[in-house]
Design a protein around this ligand. Structure first.
Ligand SMILES: NC(=O)c1ccc[n+]([C@@H]2O[C@H](COP(=O)([O-])OP(=O)(O)OC[C@H]3O[C@@H](n4cnc5c(N)ncnc54)[C@H](OP(=O)(O)O)[C@@H]3O)[C@@H](O)[C@H]2O)c1
Length: 293
């Protein structure tokens, strides 16, 4: 378990999808350790009470809402630009937001699970990369899932088509495979920069993640699952544990390094995913505004 005796004062962190679930606990614990924490979420209405609650519980006034809707590349770019315009360093980026079981497309015409879980985070991370590199040592944490082991590969020709599987299970697994492929390619590209990257499975958690399952089935399904507090531990470990400072490109489960699936170790696929994602995001990758000289 991560010790909250760590002192993160002077450090800035962004946690995506932090208004609920394990993202909320991650933001809370980072704030408790003294970091300036941004809760990057799509709903101001659902997030401001959480910002208030975290600030009150931790006594840390540096807890803020940052609008981020990962289902829109324009909104994602605006979010990164709004953060960069604050002229703050960035030491910890936790790409935690995620959804499953939802049918639909993003504003930019991607299947929504791929668009939110992978592509939005890809763009957000790339736009913040220079700031992370200016703030070293810095860490990027990708909340993936053991579900990444299901697909044998990732078909990048079909991510612009509507959902094809029952309950979107396949799309979710593929998006979590994409998280790890992005992470291993990023680790290669960041080697020697002082920015390290981590991917993880948080456990199976009784969070709002299961909101699409109707009651009382949801109650029965989530009863044996771990709590949000337990589920946030691997994320917090990757984001803060001093002994991981020199590790990069690895995958963790229950705070231990684990082997990923064969598809998730496919370097050619990782390079191809990066290339295609970069092409899709090109119109949004311009010159992020910054007050820094
Ligand atoms: N729960 C599990 O058993 C489990 C297992 C393995 C991996 N994971 C992964 O763990 C991460 C966190 O999940 P959780 O269990 O804490 O789920 P959760 O309680 O449902 O939280 C998901 C968060 O993602 C946000 N989000 C969804 N769509 C978004 C968008 N378009 N833009 C910005 N934020 C968006 C949600 O915001 P709203 O509240 O506005 O919807 C929410 O804050 C996810 O990446 C998930 O894939 C979870």
């Amino acid at each position: 378990m991560t010790s909250s005796t760590l002192d993160l004062s002077g450090q800035t962190a962004i946690v995506t999808g932090a208004n609920t679930g394990i993202g909320r606990v991650t933001a809370l614990e980072l704030a408790r350790m003294g970091a300036h924490v941004f809760l990057a979420c799509r709903s101001q209405e659902r997030t401001l009470p959480v910002v208030e609650a975290i600030s009150t519980e931790t006594g840390n006034p540096q807890v803020e809402f940052l609008h981020l809707d990962l289902a829109s590349l324009t909104a994602t770019r605006d979010s990164a630009q709004n953060f960069l315009a604050r002229d703050l360093p960035l030491h910890i980026l936790v790409n935690n937001a995620g959804l499953a079981g939802v049918a639909g497309m993003t504003v930019d015409g991607f299947e929504i699970t791929f668009g939110v879980n992978h592509l939005g985070h890809f763009l957000f991370t790339l736009l913040l990369l220079e700031r992370l590199q200016d703030s070293t040592p810095a860490r990027i944490v990708h909340v993936s899932s053991r579900a990444h082991t299901r697909p044998q590969t990732l078909d990048l020709e079909i991510v612009r088509l509507p959902r094809r599987s029952f309950l979107g299970r396949l799309e979710y697994s593929e998006s979590k495979l994409a998280n790890i492929l992005f992470h291993i390619e990023l680790a290669d590209r960041l080697e020697g920069t002082g920015v390290t990257t981590y991917a993880l499975h948080p456990g199976v958690i009784a969070s709002d993640f299961w909101r699409m399952v109707p009651q009382p089935l949801r109650w029965f399904l989530t009863r044996p699952m771990i709590t949000n507090e337990e589920g946030a531990q691997t994320t917090l470990h990757c984001a803060t544990a001093p002994q991981l400072a020199k590790e990069s490109g690895l995958y963790y489960d229950d705070c231990q390094v684990e082997q990923t699936s064969e598809a998730a170790r496919d370097r050619e696929l990782a390079a191809l995913l990066w290339k295609r994602s970069e092409e899709w995001c090109t119109p949004f990758l311009g010159n992020p505004k910054s007050n820094r000289s």
